[in-house]
Design a protein around this ligand. Structure first.
Ligand SMILES: [Cu+2]
Length: 153
């Protein structure tokens, strides 16, 4: 293998590592790996996930989310209601000092309603999160390919 080819390969690996582990910072908050699942083209809704780690000494609260990609973005949670998984909108999500809240399938998620473009693997779009104390931050959400599950919503 030539040196230049090796270099290209190495640069490619670096890029891949950056993409799969992207994170954002807002004061004491670390926002890890915002991602969204690719959805069939006809789907009007989707969901976005990320982790929020509070490295500070004060609790904070996620108040709202918004994105130009959808008409509306809401904070949702899945709850087990007597054995039936149900989804509910929540007013806000608290992030205690030193805690990490994970948005993940089956739990907290950011519901995207009225998608303006289908969520295709490889796309990315901005998502703005507003916190009570830390303020506002815009993260880059990467759409990842995953077996699109039948809409749970
Ligand atoms: Cu939902």
């Amino acid at each position: 293998m030539s040196l230049s080819r090796l270099f290209t390969l190495f640069a490619g690996l670096l890029l891949a590592a950056t993409v799969s582990a992207h994170s954002f910072k807002l004061g004491a908050l670390e926002l890890g790996h915002p991602w969204s699942r690719a959805m069939p083209e006809a789907s009007p809704t989707g969901a976005a996930y990320l982790s929020i780690k509070n490295t500070g000494k004060e609790a904070d609260t996620l108040l709202s989310v918004s994105t130009p990609r959808a008409d509306k973005a809401e904070l949702h949670v899945h709850l087990n209601d007597n054995g039936v998984m149900r989804m509910r909108q929540v007013e806000s999500v608290a992030v205690a000092a030193g805690a990490e809240v994970k948005f993940a399938p089956g739990g907290y998620h950011i519901m995207l309603m009225g998608l303006k473009q289908p969520l295709k693997a490889g796309d990315h779009f901005p998502l703005t999160l507003k916190f009570a104390k830390a303020g506002t931050v815009t993260v880059d959400v990467i759409v990842e390919k995953d077996a699109p599950m039948a809409m749970e919503h």
